[in-house]
Write a protein that binds this ligand. Structure first.
Ligand code: F6P
Length: 554
């Protein structure tokens, strides 16, 4: 067996094929020089093929994700995935298939069809067992912590892995009922990694893409995922696999090389810009970074309209002229909320000149309450906020307002606009769209300051924010003092640079680039079983071990 190839063996240099300076050539291990392999330059091939694909450029889009943002049904819930997918689907039209958000008794499970404007929604219920094993279990107690580098919080149960594959099979069966041969299928996030494999085994050769909204850790962490060799390689059944950052792409490529190149089955032969094409066992997959964005102009309009809304005016009146510092995060340990409150404590201790002169509003809708780590975090946050308020507060001043309510995006937009500082300090985050929304919401004449964790995907481009290490309370506290004292000229200059970045890679660019890559893919000719790769368990053996639950009809 060959050793794990060091990351240093992946070299990147400007692409000699085109003028675009963002395109680069990546060579792995020196041996697979792309230009020594005639006819395998898929960028050129893909470009040449495009005119012939005229019909399929108009192919219907079928989006598959666990959460679906159905208009009128919980549309105030606005996770990053829904915020990004809604405009992408509104622009392209198509089908959006996923979980209805309902847990129904076995025998009463339904799949409903809703049509609204140019989108058809297909939403399917989960049984209690499915919800526990697939959503609360494998997706959120195993995959979520490991993908966010929190090995210490992962809780593995074999039953949950079975439930995960069972629900993925159910989703694949629902997809199968509605797809036609030319449909483009775009699957989202860690809940649904095996969908392409399940569809390929059912004989579908559609072009299928996958986008991971959360980070992908390096192989040294990813391989701590129990049964990773049964799950992660299934991503190679997709034609396109997209990540948020180049770092995530490198982590995935390193993982594949360490898992497959040992059997000399990996062929990396082409790279352009942030994209790499890998061939494993005859199956070709384009892997790239497609950083997700927002609709900055629409969000700015929302912020302008809502700065005068009754709720925002009430808040401003209640501040009594004090500066507003805002944090908006789903209740999650990945968001670094305990560390943020500690940093605020340090700030108040070190900067007594600000006592009584600012209010920190932390909006944290509760989430995944059935998972113990989340309810424990909720208690810890309540007690930390209470402790800090007790320590520094006055009868006429409360330093922290901690609220668990869900506010609509329009209200949040208005609140961001009024906040002098936006505190976005996750310990790890795929992208973080709150950071981008905070920037978009600011008035260019008198903008607030973004304090941003360097461990978010957003920090790669948003270099003009005050970048902080969220584990280092002193550094976050100093950044807060710097932000509050920042002169107008510097605030304007930083905001201008940030705003340009947010506008350059917006949600249209994200979906446009991903879908172009998917349209250019040739689709799968046949199902490529991983059985031929080596001795390890194969997808087929997983399928054989898993009996469908009563709650899922497939
Ligand atoms: O970050 C990826 C994401 O899918 C977000 O869109 C969402 O906020 C979260 O993960 C999932 O949350 P939930 O478990 O409530 O669907």
């Amino acid at each position: 067996m060959s050793a794990l190839p060091p990351i240093a063996d992946i070299t990147v240099r400007p692409c000699p094929l085109c003028a675009n300076s963002r395109h680069q050539l990546t060579v792995l291990n020196g041996s697979e020089h792309p230009y020594s392999r005639k006819g395998n330059f898929s960028t050129i091939n893909r470009r040449n093929r495009l005119p012939m694909l005229r019909g399929s450029l108009l192919a219907r889009l079928v989006v598959v994700s666990n959460r679906v943002s159905v208009p009128g049904e919980g549309s105030t819930r606005a996770g990053g995935l829904e915020v990004a997918l809604r405009p992408a689907l509104q622009k392209n039209g198509g089908v959006w298939l996923g979980w209805s958000g309902k847990v129904a008794p076995a025998g009463k499970l339904e799949t409903r069809f809703i049509r609204y404007k140019n989108i058809e929604y297909v939403i399917t219920d989960l049984s209690k067992g499915d919800f526990e094993e697939y959503y609360s279990g494998f997706a959120n107690r195993v995959l979520w912590p490991i993908l966010h580098y929190r090995l210490d919080l992962a809780e593995f149960a074999r039953r949950d892995l079975s439930g995960y594959f069972r629900v993925n099979n159910h989703f694949a069966a629902e997809v199968e009922k509605i797809i036609e041969r030319d449909d483009l299928i775009w699957v989202h996030d860690y809940h649904l990694m095996p969908i392409a494999d399940a569809l390929r085994r059912r004989g579908h050769s559609n072009r299928i893409g996958f986008f991971l909204h959360v980070p992908l850790p390096p192989p040294e962490i990813l391989t701590s995922l129990p049964n990773h060799e049964q799950l992660i390689p299934l991503l190679m059944q997709y034609d396109v696999v997209g990540f948020q950052t180049d770092g995530d792409v490198q982590n995935f490529v390193r993982y594949l090389i360490s898992e497959f190149d040992q059997m000399r089955k990996t062929r990396m032969f082409e790279s352009a810009g942030r994209h790499v094409t890998l061939k494993v066992n005859g199956q070709e997959t384009l892997i790239g970074s497609f950083p997700v964005g927002i609709e900055p102009r629409t969000f700015a309009r929302l912020a302008r309209h809502n700065e005068q809304s009754p709720l925002v005016r009430d808040l401003v009146a209640s501040l009594g002229g004090r500066n507003l510092v805002i944090g908006v995060d789903r209740l999650d340990y990945s968001k670094g909320l305990i560390q943020r409150l500690d940093a605020f404590d340090v700030f108040l201790a070190n900067h007594s000149e600000w006592l009584g002169k600012l209010t920190y509003l932390q909006i944290t809708p509760t989430n995944r309450a059935e998972i113990p780590e989340y309810s424990e975090l909720q208690e810890a946050l309540e007690s930390a906020a209470g402790r800090i308020n007790g320590k520094y507060g006055e009868v006429s001043w409360t330093p922290i307002r901690y609220v668990n309510r869900v506010y609509s995006r329009s209200v949040l937009a208005g609140l961001y606009r009024m906040a002098r500082v936006g505190l976005v300090t996750p310990l790890r985050d795929g992208m973080n769209l709150v950071a981008k929304e905070y920037v978009a919401a600011q008035s260019p004449d008198d903008p607030g300051v973004l304090i941003l964790s360097r461990f978010t995907g957003a920090a790669i481009k948003l270099r003009s924010a005050l970048l902080v290490n969220p584990y280092d309370a002193e550094s976050v506290a100093s950044a807060l003092a710097q932000a509050l004292a920042m002169p107008l000229e510097e605030r304007r200059a930083r905001h201008k640079a940030l705003h340009a970045e947010v506008c350059e890679y917006d949600v249209n660019q994200w979906q446009g680039e991903f879908l172009s890559a998917l349209r250019a893919a040739s689709g799968s000719e046949t199902y490529q079983s991983h059985a031929s790769i080596g001795e390890r368990p194969t997808p087929d053996t997983i399928g054989a071990r898993i009996a469908p639950s009563a709650g899922v009809q497939n």
